[in-house]
Design a protein around this ligand. Structure first.
Ligand SMILES: *Cc1c(COP(=O)(O)O)cnc(C)c1O
Length: 377
């Protein structure tokens, strides 16, 4: 059956979204579920801003019309924010491409570079799984290297070898800064390695968690036209439900991304929402320091738990593992993730560890309590 389908797709597993019960603020039993498995912001937009947006929908947006396919005003606002966040002045709308989530931009980059057995991508695991998933849906081969198990620094010798020898050749290197799920930012050594890569390699710096770390590599784009920085409104800016991401790159690369994307990829309401949060960024990003404070409290609480190894974090999540036998720990961590879910907290078992989003103060209290309860049982 369905012999028209590509055979390599049969083995792929689709990215599993939340079970329907967990969508929205409450599940069907009217119990609060703490959704700490996807690194969203724990706070919705303030009511007055939502009301303003609703008014925009009522008064300004014509839903019988296609959205602005050029994203003109949004790009202008993003370019300004990019300059401000990087302490520079040289980014313009011609440097910005907007996607339906940065996931769309990752796919566009893959289409622009590797599709048709033209090249492979390089990732250092554990890292964001979408690079590999999206590459495979396009039939693109994925080369992987490991990280140092205690610092999570990329094995740069192995990575250099891949860039020199891989077949098909490595055309894109994906790194997350700071990385997910391990929460570490790129080291000076890693950045120097990226700077030395030949210009035939596209370097993608995914800064999905930039606002929690405040270190950006965007200024590098002027020196390295083969670099692109990805960002998203899904995390610090609280707009996961609106699906808006952007790429910052050399105008020629931006122009190519614009050729590849679907014409009306971003709904009018999402464009309006992204512009609204940018114009209220000062107020909205105030929660970043609160989340950073909560992050440190959470890390301190986990450091007290016996056998638990928790790492420093530059993002809005923490990452932990257990000391001892890795295979036995995998089982234990799955039991913990299941136990947390049964108690009302969703966390993520991934990359040989547990990744837990920093939530509200109350959610974080639940996290620690429930985790302790499971360890004792
Ligand atoms: C959350 C996340 C994204 C954002 O994806 P969107 O499609 O913009 O929601 C991108 N990269 C990483 C590493 C992420 O964690």
């Amino acid at each position: 059956m369905f012999s028209f389908l590509r055979s390599d797709l049969a083995d792929l597993v689709s990215y599993t979204p939340q079970p329907e019960d967990f969508l929205g603020k409450q599940n069907t039993k009217q119990e609060q579920i703490d959704r700490l498995d996807t690194n969203e912001n724990p706070y919705d937009l303030p009511q007055d801003l939502k009301a303003k947006l609703a008014q925009t929908y009522q008064d300004i947006i014509a839903v019988n019309r296609y959205p602005d396919g050029s994203h003109g005003k949004l790009k202008q606002a993003i370019a300004e924010y990019t300059n401000e966040s990087a302490g520079v002045r040289h980014f313009h709308p011609a440097n910005i491409s907007v996607g339906n989530g940065s996931d769309e931009l990752i796919r566009s980059l893959l289409i622009a570079t590797c599709i048709g057995n033209n090249g492979s991508i390089l990732v250092a695991n554990p890292t964001f799984s979408m690079y590999e998933i999206l590459a495979k849906t396009l039939g693109i081969s994925v080369k992987t290297v490991e990280r140092n198990p205690s610092t999570f620094e990329i094995d740069l010798d192995a990575a250099s070898k891949m860039v020199a020898d891989a077949d098909p050749p490595v055309k894109v290197v994906f790194v997350v800064h700071p990385n997910s799920p391990t929460a570490n930012k790129l080291t000076e050594r890693e950045i120097a390695w990226l700077q030395e890569l030949p210009e035939r390699v596209l370097v993608v710096i995914d800064e999905a968690y930039f606002e929690f770390c405040q270190h950006t590599l965007a200024p590098e784009i002027t020196r390295h036209p083969n670099w692109v920085v990805l960002r998203t409104f899904s995390k610090a800016f609280r707009l996961a439900g609106h699906r808006v991401g952007y790429a910052i790159s050399h105008p020629m690369l931006t122009a190519t991304l614009e050729k590849i994307r679907l014409p009306y990829n971003l709904p009018s309401f999402s464009q309006a929402a992204a512009r609204a949060v940018l114009s209220h960024r000062e107020e909205l990003l105030q929660v970043v320091s609160e989340i950073q404070k909560q992050r440190q409290k959470l890390i301190a609480a986990f450091q007290k738990l016996p056998g638990v190894q928790v790492w420093p974090s530059n993002a809005n999540f923490i990452y932990l593992r257990f000391q001892g036998n890795a295979a036995a720990n995998e089982r234990k961590m799955q039991e913990i993730a299941d136990g947390m879910k049964a108690r009302g907290t969703l966390i993520r078992h991934t990359g040989g560890g547990l990744r837990i989003t920093v939530g509200s103060e109350e959610e974080n209290k639940h996290t620690v309590q429930r985790f302790q309860e499971i360890l004792k049982s």
